[in-house]
Design a protein around this ligand. Structure first.
Ligand code: KG4
Ligand code: ZN
Length: 336
C-alpha cells in the first residue's frame, strides 16, 4: 500500500510517499528557517503563506522521487492537529483536494502520534510495546505505547516544551536561530558541570516536566545575578556561552533521561523510543543510549531526518489507520 503524506503543522512544508507503513520511498522537506530567522521565531502568517507557495512543488517532488504517479497512491494522509491553525489548514486543504480529485481515502493524523511512529520507519521489526519520549518545539511528553494506535500519556510538560526552552535559551545566549541545533553545537565546546542548574524533577514519582525555571535561571546567570555568578554582566565570552549552553543542556537531558528510564521500569517495558526535533540532540542521544544500556533496555532512535518534522512519519502511521478501517470525510477539521 502506497500512502502520500502531507505535513504542514508548523514551519516545514513536507510530503512523503511510504510503502506499507515502513519503506520510505520519498520524503521531501521544504524548510522555512531562512524566512523566520530575522524574527527569532516562527511567524504564523509568514508560515501559512510559505506553505501555500511550497505545497504543490513539494508534493510533486515527492511523487517524482518515489517514481510513481497519482494513480498508484492508495490513500492521502495529512496532519490535521495540533499545530498553527493557518498552516494546518493549508496542508489539510491540499490533502482533501488530492483525495477528492483521485477518489482516494483521506486519513487525518495527529502530529504527536506521528512523532512516536517515526522510530518505526525503515525498521523491519515493530517497536511496540514501548515507552516513548516525544520532545519537540511544542511538546514534551512520555507515553506508554502498546501499538502504533494505542498510546497512554504518562506525563507532559507543565509549562515550556523542551525545544521551546532550547530555543529561548539560545536566544538569551545570543546564539543563532533555530536555537536547538545552536545549543547542541555550542555545548560541544563547553563543560556540562560549569553551572549547577537545579534539576526540575517535580517529585519522585512524577512523569511531568517543567523547563521554564531552568530558562529563568539561565537568564539570571547571563545577567550575572545567579548563584555563583561573580559579577553583573550582559555579555558572555564564547567559552562562557559554551559552558552555559552545555550546563543547560545537561540539566534538561538529565531530567529527560531519568524520567524516561523510570517510566520504562514503572510500565514493566524493556524498550524506549524517542521522537521529535529535540531527539536530534546529540547529547540526549548519547546519554539515553548509555542509560538504556545500563538499565538493560532496548533504545530505538529515529534516523535524524525523521526526528524533526517530516511527512514520512505521517504516511507511515496512516497505514495503520487505514488497515484498522479508519478514514476521514472531506469535512475533517483542523485543530490548533
Ligand atoms: O519536531 P519539530 O521539528 O517541530 C515541532 O513539532 O515542534 O521540533 C523542533 C524543535 C525546535 O525547538 C528545535 O530547536 C529543536 O526541535 N531541535 C533541537 C535540535 N534540533 C532541533 N533541540 C536540541 N538539539 C538539537 N540538535
Ligand atoms: Zn513536530
Amino acid at each position: 500500500m502506497q500512502i502520500l503524506g502531507i505535513e504542514t503543522s508548523c514551519d516545514e512544508t513536507c510530503a512523503a510517499v511510504v510503502e506499507d507503513g515502513r519503506r520510505v520511498r520519498a520524503s521531501v522537506v521544504a524548510s522555512q528557517v531562512a524566512l523566520h530567522r530575522k524574527y527569532g521565531g516562527v511567524v504564523p502568517e509568514i508560515a501559512s503563506r510559505a506553505h501555500l507557495e511550497a505545497l504543490v512543488p513539494v508534493v510533486e517532488e515527492a511523487m517524482k522521487e518515489a517514481g510513481i504517479d497519482a494513480d498508484a497512491i492508495d490513500a492521502v494522509a495529512v496532519v490535521h492537529r495540533p499545530g498553527l491553525i493557518g498552516s494546518l489548514l493549508l496542508g489539510l486543504t491540499a490533502a482533501k483536494t488530492l483525495a477528492w480529485l483521485h477518489g482516494r481515502p483521506l486519513v487525518g493524523v495527529d502530529h504527536v502520534e506521528s512523532h512516536i511512529y517515526a522510530a518505526s520507519l525503515e525498521r523491519p521489526a515493530p517497536v511496540f510495546p514501548c515507552v516513548a519520549l516525544i520532545v519537540s518545539g511544542g511538546h514534551t511528553s512520555l507515553y506508554r505505547c502498546d501499538g502504533p494506535r494505542e498510546q497512554t500519556r504518562l506525563g507532559a510538560t507543565t509549562d515550556d516544551a523542551a525545544g521551546e526552552a532550547f530555543d529561548k535559551v539560545a536566544s538569551l545566549l545570543g546564539l543563532p536561530y533555530p536555537g536547538g541545533p545552536s545549543i547542541d553545537a555550542a555545548a560541544a565546546h563547553g563543560s556540562p558541570k560549569a553551572v549547577p542548574f537545579s534539576r526540575p524533577w517535580l517529585g519522585r514519582d512524577s512523569f511531568d516536566f517543567s523547563f521554564s525555571g531552568v530558562k529563568t535561571a539561565v537568564l539570571y546567570h547571563v545577567r550575572g545575578q545567579g548563584a555563583g555568578a561573580k559579577r553583573r554582566r550582559t555579555h558572555l565570552s564564547d567559552p562562557e556561552v559554551a559552558d552555559v549552553a552545555a550546563s543547560f543542556q545537561e540539566c534538561v537531558v538529565d531530567v529527560l533521561v531519568g524520567k524516561t528510564v523510570r517510566a520504562a521500569d514503572a510500565c514493566g517495558l524493556d524498550r524506549i523510543v524517542l521522537g521529535g526535533g529535540v531527539a536530534a540532540n546529540r547529547r540526549l542521544r548519547e546519554r539515553m543510549r548509555r542509560a538504556a544500556e545500563e538499565a538493560g533496555l532496548d533504545l530505538v532512535l529515529p534516523e535524524m531526518r525523521f526526528c524533526t518534522d517530516n511527512a514520512a512519519m505521517v504516511a507511515g502511521l496512516a497505514y495503520h489507520h487505514v488497515r484498522a478501517g479508519q478514514g476521514d470525510d472531506l469535512d475533517l477539521e483542523a485543530r490548533a
